[in-house]
Ligand binder design. Structure first.
Ligand code: NAD
Length: 100
């Protein structure tokens, strides 16, 4: 995020993250006040929230970094892993298709 926000200053970047155990706003302190950066606390599985972001911002590109990346938890809580990785991706794609 730091790289993208600082290199692509003319591009508006919206970061949607629902701040799971892996998310930490402290990591974004360096970019949070950049004029081209906006943070939205949102779950990528939340159709309404994602469509809101998509419809109100004329999004050109979607990059999906949201993930249950802790391997042990993907084994212990398979449903959460599948939900974010599969349903979340489908929700992002559907919102993009609707806006297209
Ligand atoms: N870190 C690396 O070196 C690396 C290398 C190659 C690929 N990747 C891939 O990049 C992706 C991200 O990796 P990372 O290391 O940044 O992971 P991470 O666990 O540090 O961060 C994942 C982020 O996703 C957010 N998140 C989880 N579920 C969400 C949901 N339903 N809606 C919105 N946000 C959600 C979390 O709050 C967190 O901020 C993964 O798919 C990973 O496999 C990472």
């Amino acid at each position: 995020m730091h790289y993208m926000v600082n290199i692509y200053k003319d591009i508006k970047i919206i970061n949607a993250d629902n701040l799971t155990y892996a998310g930490n706003l402290e990591n974004l302190k360096g970019v949070e006040n950049n004029p081209n950066y906006t943070f939205v606390e949102a779950d990528i599985c939340d159709k309404e929230a994602i469509e809101d972001i998509s419809n109100n911002n004329g999004i050109d590109y979607v990059v999906n970094f949201a993930a249950e990346s802790y391997v042990d938890s993907s084994i212990r809580e398979l449903e959460v892993f599948v939900k974010t990785n599969v349903l979340g991706t489908a929700t992002l794609l559907n919102a993009a298709k609707k806006q297209w």
